[in-house]
Design a binder for this molecule. Structure first.
Ligand SMILES: NC(=O)C1=CN([C@@H]2O[C@H](COP(=O)(O)OP(=O)(O)OC[C@H]3O[C@@H](n4cnc5c(N)ncnc54)[C@H](O)[C@@H]3O)[C@@H](O)[C@H]2O)C=CC1
Ligand SMILES: O=C(O)[C@H]1O[C@H](OP(=O)(O)OP(=O)(O)OC[C@H]2O[C@@H](n3ccc(=O)[nH]c3=O)[C@H](O)[C@@H]2O)[C@H](O)[C@@H](O)[C@@H]1O
Length: 471
């Protein structure tokens, strides 16, 4: 088992540190924010991530996991040093801000007094491994210090972070020193995932290309959704029909309000910026970003079409977080939507199962007037006397609501399903004026065979028809 230091206790750092401790290593997590470390020492986590609190607690109790703001303490005897600090969009037309990574590298250099492998987990522009190397080399203080640099991009999703860490599709390691990459690979052997061992630049690029491809899938299906809506087809069933093709696959074909979060928006921007800087013309990445932006506006357009004017209306919003199972509000569609709707004179009633506090803070940052927003205790509370209800985040909780009760408490039964979580025909039966994203308002039940004809349909075909109509 190894002695490991993880720098940064955000979504990636805290999950990585805790999971590596759970594999039996001794891990010290460093953060520069004193308050975060003080709270972590008391068992209070800075983020909401299912299962993480219990895992932190278990490993702290076992003496394998500790937290500090002190670099000398964190680096003591460490064989592996992971950098997992933030790389937000900077002030340079979409490029990543490398300040935090460089500052972490400088602190490593100033406090390292032995050989260690420095592993970069932050998502960084291609070539950053060299920058990290240079910053450390230029600032080393101890004559006994030496290091190797390995790039190890992270692919976990928020809300499923523990599961993703423990069951990765692949582990990417890039280095100009293959031996160092192989030593890092040993840390992950228990996870039984395929390794892709490559040079530094390629590893850094794999991360951006993966996120950009997933974002492209989302924008692609959102564009198809708009066409479906115009032509009367149902995008949900289109996606199911497409997804059975193994070359396409079912995942990341959910049309909706587009992608948000701390990574897709900033990483597509950063990749486009890198391409621009290299004298290229990244037109597809630009289209992906444009479609994603327009997708959020759809809700407001639909509300205007149905209500005429929003002035004096009350709009219910279900969900604040950028996706379910997280309290992360970074680039969450809800913030833009609430901003636009309140600017047009509407009052908003909102509920999110966990992102109330982070949501409130995000709205304040975007200059939304809090007197225009009522934070409610449940989805039913939100629906009280509203003129329209909008689903912004696809929390499971919203999928199993008593929709008749919701309908009956609304002033006007307008339901905008921004994540396509309800069946249009069912909602129409409850009496809602229902609008999904790319849904046929009255989709023909063509894929569901009637009971008396099922026996005439080959079994596999009947099963798939059922799946298509149930999802
Ligand atoms: N959030 C996610 O799901 C994923 C994020 N990533 C990438 O991982 C990196 C980290 O992302 P998050 O964990 O979401 O960021 P975060 O913002 O949640 O956490 C970063 C942490 O680093 C700390 N920090 C900043 N500078 C420091 C320094 N010099 N020394 C010690 N601590 C420092 C901050 O105080 C903060 O607690 C980013 O590059 C991101 O693109 C990659 C995959 C998934
Ligand atoms: O680099 C990162 O930070 C991470 O970014 C994403 O993870 P995450 O942002 O946590 O969340 P996703 O589940 O990928 O969802 C991102 C956004 O896309 C939206 N989405 C997702 C899937 C889909 O079909 N449709 C869709 O609109 C979600 O609502 C959400 O707003 C990637 O999935 C991770 O592999 C990657 O490590």
């Amino acid at each position: 088992m190894s002695v490991i230091c993880v720098i940064g206790t955000g979504y990636v750092g805290l999950v990585t540190g805790t999971c590596l401790a759970d594999l039996g290593n001794t891990v010290t997590c460093i953060d520069i924010v004193q308050e975060k470390i003080d709270r972590l020492k008391k068992g209070i986590l800075p983020i909401y991530e299912p299962g993480l609190e219990e895992m932190v607690d278990r490993n702290v109790q076992a003496g394998r996991l500790r937290f500090t703001t002190s670099y000398p303490e964190g680096l003591e005897n460490s064989e592996f040093i992971f950098i997992a600090v933030n790389t937000p969009t900077g002030n340079n037309q979409g490029g990543a801000d490398m300040r935090y990574v460089e500052s972490a590298a400088r602190s490593i250099a100033e406090n390292l007094d032995h050989y260690a492998i420095v592993i970069n987990k932050s998502t960084v522009p291609v070539g950053s491994g060299d920058v990290v190397s240079r910053v450390i080399s230029n600032n080393l203080k101890s004559p006994d210090a030496s290091f190797s640099v390995v790039s190890n991009p992270e692919f976990l999703r928020e809300g499923a972070a523990l599961l993703d860490f423990q069951n990765p599709d692949r582990i990417v390691l890039g280095s100009s020193e293959p031996e160092a990459a192989h030593k890092v690979a040993r840390l992950y052997l228990q996870l039984r995932a395929p390794f892709v061992i490559t040079d530094l630049y390629t590893a850094e690029m794999i991360k951006y290309a993966s996120n950009a491809f997933l974002a492209t899938k989302i924008s692609f299906i959102n564009e198809i959704a708009q066409v479906c809506e115009r032509l009367g087809a149902d995008v949900k069933q289109v996606a199911i029909g497409m997804g059975y093709d193994k070359r396409i696959g079912h995942s990341f074909l959910d049309a909706g309000l587009g992608y948000g979060g701390s990574c897709f928006p900033k990483d597509v921007r950063a990749l486009a910026h890198m391409a621009d800087e290299a004298g290229l013309h990244p037109q597809m990445l630009r289209a992906v970003m444009d479609i994603n932006h327009d997708q959020r506006r759809l809700v407001v357009t639909k509300l205007n079409n149905l209500l005429g004017s929003l002035r004096g209306t009350t709009i219910g919003i279900l969900g604040l977080a950028f996706k379910p199972n997280t309290d992360d509000m970074r680039e969450a569609p809800a913030v833009d939507i609430i901003h636009w709707v309140t600017s047009q004179g509407a009052h908003v009633r909102v509920y999110d199962p966990v992102a109330t506090e982070t949501g409130r803070e995000a709205l304040v940052r975007e200059n939304v007037k809090l007197q225009d927003v009522t934070f409610c205790k449940s989805a039913y509370d939100v629906a009280e006397k509203v003129d329209a209800l909008v689903v912004v985040t696809d929390w499971n909780e919203f999928k199993s609501l008593n929709m008749q009760k919701i309908h009956d408490s609304m002033h006007r039964p307008i339901l905008i399903d921004g994540r396509n979580i309800y069946e249009p025909s069912e909602m129409t039966r409850h009496g809602f004026t229902y609008r999904g994203i790319g849904r046929a308002t009255n989709p023909a039940p063509s894929v569901l065979p009637s009971e008396d004809t099922t026996s005439e349909i080959p079994e596999k075909m009947a099963q798939e028809s059922l799946i298509a109509s149930e999802s």
